[in-house]
Design a protein around this ligand. Sequence first.
Ligand code: CTP
Length: 405
Amino acid sequence: MQPQNLKEKIEKLLSPEAKKIIYECSKIARIKDFRIFLVGGVVRDLLLERNILDIDITVHGDAIEFCKLLQEETDCRIIQTQNDLKTAKVKFANNIEIDFASTRKEEYPKKGHLPVVTQTGCMLSHDVKRRDFTINSIAVALNPDSFGLIIDYTGGLEDLKNKTLRILHEKSFIDDPSRIIRGLKFSTRLGFELDEKTKQLQENFLKNPNRDISWFRIKSELQQTFSLNSPDVLDKCIEQKIYKIFSDTTNCINGQEVFNIIQKHHSEIKNLWLIYLGVLLTNKETIEFFNFEKNEKRILFDALNMVEQGSNSNDFFEIYKFFEGKSIESILIFYLVSKNKNAILFLDKLRKYHVETTGDDLISMGFLPGAQYGEIFDSILKERFAGNIHNKREETDFIKTLKNS
Ligand code: CTP
């Protein structure tokens, strides 16, 4: 028996602060007869009894007008509005922020790019049809006369029960290819499967992917999806050829292997999602599609450069120089793609070696600052790798021999 009303779950799963806000909104909605709803991820997660991360409220009508009324009548503040979309962000007590959106219709005049809003304040039934999956299109009424009533125009409840991800229309992935990655995210996070038709439409898109698309959305979804740190995500990405969204070819890498090496170096890794993405990339041009931040770009470029060059030396100093200054993410991508054991030798052993002498020490020993400093440090490092130097005193003795030679 499917639930008809979500009041009980709202009571049970939302924090006391969030509940207070929802009931306040409900009360205010009655004053000027706004109809307000929860729609999207929050409804899905309430029905699945999962952690509620954020709450979005949809207003049938003008969300900005509703929020102005809310601001007049309750203890909250509008902190941002977008007039063309008729959306508002409101800050409540305890710093809780909630996004309010007007019901809207959207079109995709340029396939794969951000949609254009063609109407705000439309019927809820039209609003839900612009969305990605049926399980994200269920609404819950919040007005006092119908509080908690579930409104399911697309069969989302049935799909939720059957653990199925179903898009709402044939052009959904063409309109917004980031939905393919969202499908991967939800299938992994929730343990759901794509329905047959949806799978077919995904395959069709991936046979001939349009790359003139909004890379901002693709990047954001890849970041969220790979941040799940799940071996399954990578395996499915390769099996289902989802990598074709951004690359014609990929490397054959096992998700578990990536997961294991990430676990080993977990405390040092800041961008684990980039490791999952990096092992899939086979050429540098692909990197240019994304609007990467400078450090993200550096990580991926360094990794692909290292793969291109390879590290075939047996000499500790040369191996050290190959990896020196590279991020842990780049080195792990290089290792996973090339299986070159020098990366492990560097991470486990060689990077612990270092020169204790400083530039100031060299000045006090009478060396003029310049390029020769680098050469001196390198000579010391070589001696350390050879086992001839073990501490700073021995470094100083060695430097003196250089000076006298
Ligand atoms: N949505 C969509 N197409 C997208 C992104 C979002 O239709 N490409 C819709 C879905 O209805 C989604 C809602 O907008 O539920 C909110 O989007 P978002 O916050 O990104 O997703 P959530 O479903 O809340 O997922 P998550 O739990 O990962 O935040």
